[in-house]
Write a new protein. Structure first.
Length: 438
């Protein structure tokens, strides 16, 4: 058995996670009652569920009742319904009411992250009374950074830094220290908006209030940061053409990984079939000028790459709230100029490459060889422009219909531009090579 004394709960969880199931569960059982509650939230979800199933009702109730409400809510969010119902019934009356209140809020609201454990005082209390209250209940508080002042109706009217309390005379009242200036977050506020408020005001904790101003809890920065990390991870996975994983990559079974990836791959494969259809449609042109087929990979990859770049930039700007739906016209104007310039750069390189290859004898493009680089370079201008516009505007279209812009993944944009790029390429080639090769 390993020595777990005087270690941080996260370190204890790491050590126990390395053990076999039975040994881990036994080592966890040997921890003190409060230590179990501190360590439990640091386990991976799968281990939490295994331990919960191995514990008797009495031990599980002891752990759940002593856990921080925000950690317990996060735990319940990921538990199967049957385990949630069973676990909530093990809580004492006070903790059960707290858990049900927290779970009742919208999944993505700030209230789901809050804890009711904080220091709350009245304006007519003296500093001495506040200090005595902190000594009495402070050990249960999530943080002691701020003291929250409420009126008789439990409405938040101010918050004070703990330093203000410590530096004040013990005979002073809380009201004398108040300036009635405070920052709070409404309970229904989405997590992403709450994160912006944290960043703007550089706070380690924020009070959560109802629409009527009633103080119902606080949220600490570490809790909201965990939520933002989960969101960013899901967005990155979606952008790679993968459904969001509930567990980490190393904990996800291979069959689940296949299931999460297969959907998008099938959709993209069907989309790429349209590329073959487009090639078939221009079969006559290709048979007359086989040289055109040499530049197909160059053409479609350039359009797909430019589209993926644009989509990456716009989706990230949306995530950071730099761009909103109303900014689509601004983005379109900006990307038109960007796409044209990028297309001209690639077009010039393509033009130069074909001319050099012809002149030094690496490849002979035939009697009408100069028309070929002209057709390729002009095609590149239009295809890169189209890819850039597609990648930048598709996220706006998805947001408009209520979908996650992250689903405008790089593979999706690339597939779209592949198909349409071929149409542009052969149409431009038909114009410049008509009466020559075609």
């Amino acid at each position: 058995m390993i020595n777990l004394q005087d270690k941080h709960p996260a370190d204890i969880a790491d050590q126990l996670a390395q053990l076999s199931g039975n040994e881990r569960n036994l080592s966890f059982m040997l921890l003190s009652s409060q230590r179990k509650a501190d360590v439990f939230p640091y386990f991976e979800l799968a281990i939490q569920q295994e331990i919960a199933k191995s514990l008797g009702d009495h031990d599980l109730a002891d752990v759940l009742n002593k856990m921080n409400p925000d950690d317990r809510t996060k735990l319940f969010e990921n538990f199967p319904d049957q385990i949630i119902k069973h676990s909530i019934n093990l809580l004492n009356d006070h903790e059960k009411e707290t858990a049900l209140n927290l779970i009742g809020y919208h999944k993505d609201s700030m209230a789901r992250l809050m804890t009711p454990h904080y220091i709350q005082v009245k304006p007519d209390w003296t500093v001495a009374e506040v200090l005595a209250h902190i000594k009495k209940v402070g050990k249960y508080a999530e943080t002691l950074t701020y003291v929250y002042v409420v009126d008789d109706d439990n409405k938040l009217i101010d918050d004070l830094k703990i330093g203000q309390i410590l530096m004040a005379e013990t005979t002073s009242t809380v009201r004398e220290l108040m300036d009635y200036s405070f920052i709070s977050i409404k309970s229904a506020t989405p997590v992403e908006e709450g994160f912006e408020i944290f960043e703007k005001y550089d706070r380690s904790a924020m009070p959560i209030i109802t629409e009527n101003g009633i103080l119902v809890g606080i949220v600490t920065f570490d809790d909201i940061l965990d939520k933002i990390n989960d969101r960013d991870t899901e967005d990155i996975q979606k952008f790679g053409g993968v459904e969001g994983l509930e567990l980490s990559y190393t904990k996800t079974p291979w069959i689940e990984l296949v299931r999460k990836r297969a959907g998008w791959l099938i959709i993209l494969f069907i989309g790429e079939m349209l590329t073959a259809s487009a090639m078939g449609y221009f079969d006559d042109e290709i048979s007359k000028a086989v040289v055109l087929a040499l530049f197909v990979p160059l053409i479609i990859s350039s359009g797909g790459n430019s589209g993926s770049q644009a989509a990456s930039l716009i989706i990230r700007a949306m995530a950071l709230r730099e761009l909103k739906l109303k900014d689509w016209w601004y983005v379109m104007r900006k990307e038109i100029f960007s796409g044209l310039l990028l297309g001209l750069i690639l077009g010039c390189i393509g033009l130069l490459r074909i001319i050099v290859w012809q002149k030094i004898g690496i490849f002979n493009y035939g009697i009408y060889w100069f028309s070929i680089p002209i057709a390729v370079s002009i095609s590149l201008v239009f295809i890169v422009l189209w890819g850039t516009l597609s990648g930048s505007l598709i996220p706006f279209a998805l947001r408009k219909v209520g979908l996650d812009p992250a689903t405008a993944s790089a593979p999706f944009v690339a597939t779209l531009v592949d198909v349409t790029g071929l149409v542009i390429y052969f149409t431009v080639a038909a114009i410049f090579l008509h009466g020559k090769l075609l």
